[in-house]
Ligand binder design. Structure first.
Ligand code: H2U
Length: 354
């Protein structure tokens, strides 16, 4: 029988952060990936749309008027999933019908006054302002709430309802499912190995190199060994950082740099504003601020749905819903593909040559 080759033969990979497995089936990729590109029409977004509720100076459907903001703009979501106040359910000891109180708040943050710009096309100082604001929000909401989830849904395919560049922040009184798993796995790893899981991981990846796409003085962008989505990536600091607000000035500058570079590569992959859900994950807040959370490491995750082109997405259905997540393209192949892409944004290249 042929010798096992991870780029050729089916296998399972373990995700130590989520304590689960992914099935990798590279033999289904027999034909070489030739970058079949179906280009969609480039969406024409006006810089300022008087009807867009996220634009500066506009009146939102609930009658609130946005300021004439010139940089970022933070406001409380007009349709929040989580409310600060409200009646709480009665506690029940029934194991089959458990219920718990949920309180929180939801914010929206616009990155820029223009609707026709995205993070990779923004300047480094503009991206840096966004990072500073996210750190402030985490401090502010973290005083009261256990979990502050900063996330960005980009693209209609990811459920984003508005093309204006923005992210959301949901803060909750409870530790949500995903961070709760990561809290347990990082703590257990620390207890067992007396070191930090993601710091060990990033150092091993820097030695191996095969999944690293980009790095700078303070950050590493890579396709994790256990990635599920075709071009899923993780952004990790090289040093130990618990929360976004703990980043130093130079780590934040470097974060602006790598954010612009990585999002440019993503956009260049299929020459489209690359859709994804991304989010920041660091040590929990609220009552955890006074606990030892040193086993945590701040990281950002990017989950993009596209598989083969700007129009062909991966569906997490069937076997994946019922059994185990599965991928064909290996993490190493995805990293190689992203690594080979230019760092100049395709939109800038086009405008240079026209
Ligand atoms: P998404 O595009 O990722 O869905 O985020 C937009 C958010 O903005 C969404 O949660 C809020 C929506 O509730 N929003 C307002 O709060 N006010 C508005 O007038 C429009 C949209």
């Amino acid at each position: 029988m042929a010798k096992f080759d991870s780029q050729d033969h089916q296998h399972l990979r373990y995700n130590p952060l989520r304590d689960d497995w992914v099935l990798v089936c590279p033999h289904r990729m027999k034909r070489p990936w030739a970058g079949h590109v179906e280009k969609p029409e480039e969406e024409q977004i006006p810089r300022h749309d008087p009807k867009n509720p996220l634009c500066p100076g506009n009146t939102r459907p609930n009658g609130k008027v946005n300021p004439d903001y010139e940089s970022t703009f933070l406001f409380t979501n007009d349709f929040p999933a989580l409310l600060e106040e409200g009646p709480a359910p009665e506690e029940s000891s029934d194991p089959l019908f458990r219920c718990a109180e949920a309180r929180g708040t939801c914010k929206v943050m616009c990155f820029h006054p223009w609707s026709d710009i995205t993070l990779p096309l923004m300047s480094l100082p503009e991206i840096r302002v966004v990072i500073d604001k996210l750190a402030e929000i985490n401090i502010d909401l973290g005083k009261k709430y256990t979990w502050v989830q900063i996330f960005e849904n980009r693209g209609a395919i990811m459920g984003c309802s508005n093309p204006h560049p923005h992210c959301q922040v949901w803060a909750s009184s409870y530790l949500s499912n995903e961070p709760s798993i990561k809290h347990r796995t990082q703590r257990e790893y620390h207890l067992k190995h007396n070191s930090n899981m993601l710091l060990d991981y990033v150092n091993r990846e820097l030695q191996k190199k095969e999944r690293v796409i980009l790095e700078n003085e303070h950050w590493v962008w890579l396709v994790p060994y256990w990635a599920v989505w075709p071009y899923e990536t993780i952004l990790l600091p090289k040093a130990h950082v618990l929360r976004i607000e703990d980043l130093t000035e130079s780590q934040k500058d470097a974060l602006a740099d790598i954010t612009k570079r990585l999002l440019t590569k993503y956009d260049n992959l299929f020459e489209v504003s690359f859709p994804y859900s991304m989010g920041w994950v660091g040590a929990p807040t609220g009552k955890y601020l006074s606990e030892d959370c040193n086993f945590w490491q701040l990281h950002a995750v990017y989950y993009p749905p596209l598989l083969r082109s700007a129009k062909v997405k991966k569906f997490m259905v069937g076997y994946e819903m019922l059994a185990t997540a599965q991928r064909d393209l290996t993490a190493e192949q995805a990293a190689e593909k992203l690594k080979g892409l230019p760092e100049e944004h395709y939109k800038n290249r086009k405008s240079d040559s026209s």
